[in-house]
Design a protein around this ligand. Structure first.
Ligand code: FAD
Ligand code: SF4
Length: 397
C-alpha cells in the first residue's frame, strides 16, 4: 500500500495559498501534486466543463431533451442491487469494495485509489493506492469529509503502474478526467459514488453535535430514502433523526462552500456509479455510463441480487415548499418532524423520483448560494442541465 498524510502537507500551507479555487476548493488533492500546473483547466470550481468531459469519456454528452439524461447523466442502464451477503462495516452492502477487489484479483488493474482513515480518527480521510484486497477493504465505509484522493496521483506515476482504478466523488473525478491523458496510463477505470453536503472535519463535528444524541460514538451515518438520517453507534445501536427535524438554522454554515456550489451530485464522469438514492430503501442504485462500467459490473454479478429501477410519486410540491423553509432556516418541533417524516415516507416520492427530489432540493439550494455569494461565476459555473432543473421552481431573490 502507498499512503501519505495529505493533511499534514495541507496544514503547512496558508489557507488558499496553493488552492486557486480559494474558498470553493473541495480539497480534491490535485493541488498537492505537480499536476497543479493544470489546475485552471482541471479544477471543477474554476472551469465547469462537464459536457466536454462527458464527450471525452462516454463518447457523447447528456441530451437535454431526455429527462433521465438531464437528471442522471449519460447512461446505458440503471438498476437496483444489493450484495446477497453484505460486507460487514461497508457503507451499504459493499458493492464498491467488491468491484474493486474483483478488478484487482483478476488483474484488470494493478492498484486502486481509495480512502482509508487515519489510526487516530475514524473520520479523518487517508487516501491510498491499495494493492491488496485487504487494503481495499480497509477503505470501506464513507469518510463523510472532504478527502484529497488525487493527492496520491504522483505516486501512481512514480510506481510505473499502467492500469488503475480510481474510486471517488464528482469533484475529484472531474479533475481526474481533465488530467487523465497526462497520467501515462494504459487503462483507467473510474468507480464513482454520488456525493452531496460534504464537510470539513470541523464541520462534521458540528453536524454530529447538533444532530446526534451521542456525537462521540457515531461510527457511520447516512441520509436515507426514508427521509431520516440513520446514525450507527459504536455499541451497535441505531439512531434515526427525521430530515425535517434537522436544526437547519445551525447547520446552514456546516456544509463546505464547494459542496454548496456543486452541480455534479450524480458523478457524471465515472464509468460506473454506485449510490443508493434511486433505489428502494435497503438497496443500492447502479448507473452504468459506458462499456467500461458494464465490464466492471459484470465482474460481480454472482455476488448480487438485482431488480429494475422504479419511480413513484411527484416531488415538485415538496421541493417547492422546502426552498423558502430552508432559506429561512425553519426547524420544526421534533414531534411535528417525526409525523411529517412518517407521512412523507408513506406517500412521498420513491425510487428514481426520490433521487430527483434530492437533486432538485440540492440544485435549487446551491443555485441560490452561488447567485448570492459568487454571482460573477453563476452563468459559467452552472451546467445547462442544472439550469434546466432549477428553472422548474420559483426561487427567492
Ligand atoms: P463501500 O464498499 O463501503 O466503499 C465505500 C468507498 O467509498 C470506499 O472505497 C472509499 O474509498 C470511498 N470513499 C469513502 N469516503 C470517501 C470520500 N470522502 N471521498 C471519496 N471517496 C470516498 N449516495 C447517494 O445515493 N446519495 C447521496 O447523497 C450520497 N452522498 C454521499 C456522500 C459522500 C461524502 C460519500 C463518500 C458517498 C455518498 N453517497 C451517496 C454514496 C453512498 O453513501 C455509498 O458510498 C455508496 O452507495 C457505496 O456504498 P458501498 O457499501 O458499496 O461502499
Ligand atoms: Fe485544487 Fe482540487 Fe482545490 Fe480545485 S478543488 S483548487 S483542483 S485542490
Amino acid at each position: 500500500m502507498t499512503a501519505i498524510q495529505p493533511h499534514q502537507k495541507a496544514k503547512a500551507l496558508k489557507p488558499g495559498s496553493r488552492r486557486p479555487a480559494k474558498e470553493l476548493c473541495s480539497e480534491c488533492g490535485l493541488c498537492d501534486t505537480h499536476y497543479i500546473h493544470y489546475v485552471k483547466d482541471a479544477c471543477a470550481f474554476l472551469n465547469q466543463q462537464v459536457a466536454e468531459l462527458e464527450e471525452q469519456t462516454h463518447g457523447r454528452s447528456r441530451q437535454l431533451d431526455q429527462p433521465d439524461d438531464v437528471y442522471f447523466g449519460v447512461h446505458d442502464s440503471m438498476m437496483a442491487a444489493r450484495r446477497t451477503e453484505p460486507i460487514e462495516g461497508a457503507q451499504w452492502t459493499g458493492i464498491v469494495s467488491t468491484i474493486a477487489i474483483e478488478m484487482l484479483n483478476r488483474g484488470l488493474v494493478e492498484g486502486v485509489i481509495c480512502v482509508q482513515n487515519t489510526e487516530e480518527d475514524r473520520f479523518q480521510p487517508l487516501p491510498v493506492i491499495a494493492r491488496t484486497p485487504a487494503e481495499i477493504l480497509a477503505a470501506r465505509v464513507n469518510k463523510p469529509t472532504l478527502s484529497p484522493n488525487l493527492s496520491v496521483l504522483e505516486q501512481v506515476e512514480r510506481s510505473g503502474m499502467k492500469r488503475l482504478l480510481v474510486i471517488g466523488v464528482g469533484c475529484q473525478i472531474q479533475a481526474l478526467r481533465a488530467v487523465e491523458k497526462s497520467l501515462g496510463l494504459e487503462q483507467l477505470y473510474v468507480l464513482g459514488t454520488p456525493c452531496v453536503d460534504n464537510v470539513t472535519r470541523a464541520g462534521l463535528q458540528k453536524f454530529l453535535e447538533t444532530t446526534s444524541r451521542s456525537p462521540d460514538t457515531v461510527v457511520h451515518y447516512e441520509f436515507m430514502q426514508d427521509y431520516r438520517v440513520h446514525f450507527k453507534h459504536s455499541d451497535g445501536s441505531e439512531e434515526t433523526v427525521p430530515f425535517f427535524g434537522l436544526k437547519t438554522n445551525q447547520l446552514k454554515d456546516v456544509f463546505a462552500p464547494s459542496c454548496m456550489s456543486c452541480f455534479d451530485y450524480v458523478n457524471s464522469l465515472a464509468d460506473l456509479v454506485v449510490g443508493y438514492m434511486g433505489a428502494p430503501f435497503g438497496w443500492q442504485w447502479i448507473v452504468v455510463r459506458n462499456d467500461r462500467g458494464q465490464a466492471m459490473l459484470d465482474l460481480v454479478g454472482d455476488y448480487l441480487e438485482t431488480q429494475p429501477v422504479m419511480s413513484q410519486g411527484d416531488r415538485h410540491n415538496a421541493v417547492q415548499q422546502s426552498i423558502p423553509a430552508y432559506d429561512k432556516g425553519v426547524t420544526l418541533p421534533m414531534w411535528a418532524a417525526k409525523l411529517m417524516g412518517v407521512v412523507i415516507d408513506k406517500i412521498g416520492p420513491k425510487g428514481l423520483e426520490y433521487a430527483r427530489f434530492s437533486i432538485d432540493s440540492h440544485f435549487t439550494r446551491n443555485y441560490l448560494y452561488v447567485k448570492r455569494h459568487h454571482p460573477e461565476i453563476l452563468d459559467a459555473h452552472v451546467p445547462e442541465y442544472a439550469k434546466q432543473i432549477v428553472e422548474q421552481y420559483q426561487l427567492p431573490d
